[in-house]
Design a protein around this ligand. Structure first.
Ligand code: CUA
Length: 323
């Protein structure tokens, strides 16, 4: 029945039925109390109307059982809504560890989507069914919001920081992708589509087997490596003179804790690396001088994502021993 109502987009992700269940529950609870309250208002209005015969009995001043009832029932309902909502919130905010990672860049007025294997798409996102996909998102300019109604996910995309969202698509097909935050003149045109494919077709698409697929331009880590050379990062972050390193080594850095000059410790995630590129003095690594210049304005957000992909690949190379 739901599918005949245009109000409801299809449920095309693992989380969609759960989000809908909570939504239906909230609507049902609200509808129940609306009906109850309005029925009683009308009933009492008629029963106690001015012209009706009244008995002389005084109204009771208190009724502890009634008061307990109307305290405990709403409390229980509120706790159910809180517990249920919190569980769903955590599920929506904790991408599984084995998720496919895609970088999303929003800019006036388009979406740029970067696959780890190298495909880069504009306003189109191809994903396989049955595999969690984690989106790491940022904006080149103003606040956008990444919204896929059929997956029941929506997350703001902010300049200057990374936000994440994840989903696991269940049904092959094409679904709407919207920008859900007013972002300027052509906000309404900042739309796209998500193409969900069976894993086999997805692999073919990745390999470039399906015509019409957007340009492949090398994996982001390769472009990050080129940028790394171009910006002369190796001067300090690689051992050019034996035994001398002006900056900390980046091998095996990603995802590991880093000890800072301030004594604190932080995890080297996307946000930390981005900050270290654009504002190196903010979190100085213990044992190093604040020598690094800022790269603010010299490298685009997309370039930062490529550098992160490159640094990340160094980490993997370290874990696997070689590559
Ligand atoms: Cu981007 Cu609205």
């Amino acid at each position: 029945m739901r599918y005949n109502l245009p109000l409801f987009p299809p449920q095309a992700s693992t989380i969609a039925p759960q989000v809908d269940a909570l939504y239906y529950f909230l609507v049902a609870v609200s509808a129940f109390f609306i009906v109850l309250i309005f029925s009683l208002v009308i009933y009492f209005a008629i029963k106690y109307r001015w012209s009706a015969p009244r008995k002389g009995a005084a109204a009771p001043h208190d009724n502890p059982r009634l008061e307990l009832l109307w305290t405990l029932v709403p409390l229980a309902l509120a706790m159910v809504i809180f517990g249920w909502g919190a569980k769903l919130y955590f599920d929506l905010n904790r991408p599984p560890a084995d998720a496919l990672e895609i970088y999303v860049l929003g800019k006036q007025w388009m979406w740029i989507l970067q696959h780890p294997q190298g495909k880069r798409e504009i306003n189109e996102l191809h994903v396989p069914t049955g595999r969690p996909v984690k989106l790491t998102m940022t904006s080149e300019d103003v606040i956008h919001s990444f919204f896929i109604p059929a997956f029941r996910i929506k997350m703001d995309v902010l300049p200057g920081r990374y936000t994440t969202a994840w989903f696991e698509a269940t049904q092959p097909g094409e679904y709407h992708l919207f920008c859900a935050e007013y972002c300027g003149t052509k906000h309404s045109l900042m739309i796209g589509k998500v193409v969900v494919m069976e894993p086999v077709q997805y692999q073919q698409w990745l390999d470039g087997g399906i015509p019409g697929a957007t340009v492949a331009s090398g994996p982001p880590e390769a472009r990050g490596a080129a940028l790394f050379e171009e910006l002369r990062c190796a001067t300090c972050h690689r051992e050019t003179i034996p035994g001398v390193m002006l900056g900390p080594s980046l091998a095996g850095l990603f995802g590991k804790p880093v000890r800072l000059h301030s004594g604190e410790s932080v995890i080297a995630d996307e946000a930390y690396i981005r900050e270290s590129i654009l504002n190196p003095a903010a979190k100085l690594v213990a044992g190093y001088q604040p020598l690094m210049p800022t790269y603010q304005g010299q490298v685009s957000e997309e370039g930062v994502l490529q550098l992160i992909a490159y640094i990340r690949s160094l980490g993997e190379a370290n874990e696997e021993g070689r590559r």
